[in-house]
Design a protein around this ligand. Structure first.
Ligand code: RTP
Ligand code: MG
Length: 143
């Protein structure tokens, strides 16, 4: 088992529906620790940079428009196998395909507005964490 960090976003749809606490509860119940957290309203430039890998995809414009439509919560989650564990908690990208009990099954309405983001690998997690947080904003637990 590996102690990992992953990057998570509670997207504008879930923030608007007041699900921040419920989603944080899922992370904590699964043994993931929140070691950094803040609310931000993404600029178009910030959202485009975050999803740069999708810039040629047909849904890119809609994705950026959605991600800038309201505030999001960004957080760093730490725990054993945190990257994969968070992806399991989230469920499939398309909520219609997400397993029962996952965040997207319970809180997402569509593939375009799907409640949460989570890094897909340790390498992308490190890049995404650095895109949003300075070292001083991350608080490792001592107890
Ligand atoms: P995320 O990056 O947001 O955690 O989601 P993901 O890994 O499960 O999915 P990804 O392939 O990285 O796609 C990023 C976001 O783009 C939207 N999307 N729409 N209409 C479509 O076919 C489509 N495919 C992807 C989703 O909102 C997805 O979360
Ligand atoms: Mg992704």
């Amino acid at each position: 088992m590996a102690l990992e960090r992953t990057f998570s976003i509670i997207k504008p749809d879930a923030v608007a529906k007041n699900h921040i606490g419920a989603i944080y509860n899922r992370f904590e119940s699964a043994g993931l620790k929140i070691v950094a957290s803040k609310m931000v309203h993404l600029s178009q430039e910030k959202a485009e940079g975050f999803y740069a890998e999708h810039s040629e995809r047909p849904f890119f414009g809609a994705l950026v428009s959605f991600m800038t439509s309201g505030p999001v919560m960004v957080q760093v989650l730490e725990g054993e196998n945190a990257v994969l564990k968070n992806r399991e908690i989230m469920g499939a990208t398309n909520p219609a395909e997400a397993l029962a009990g996952t965040l997207r099954a319970d809180y997402a309405d569509s593939i375009d507005e799907n409640a949460v983001h989570g890094s897909d690998a340790v390498e992308s997690a490190a890049r995404e964490i650095a895109y949003f947080f300075s070292d001083e904003e991350i608080c490792p637990r001592t107890r």
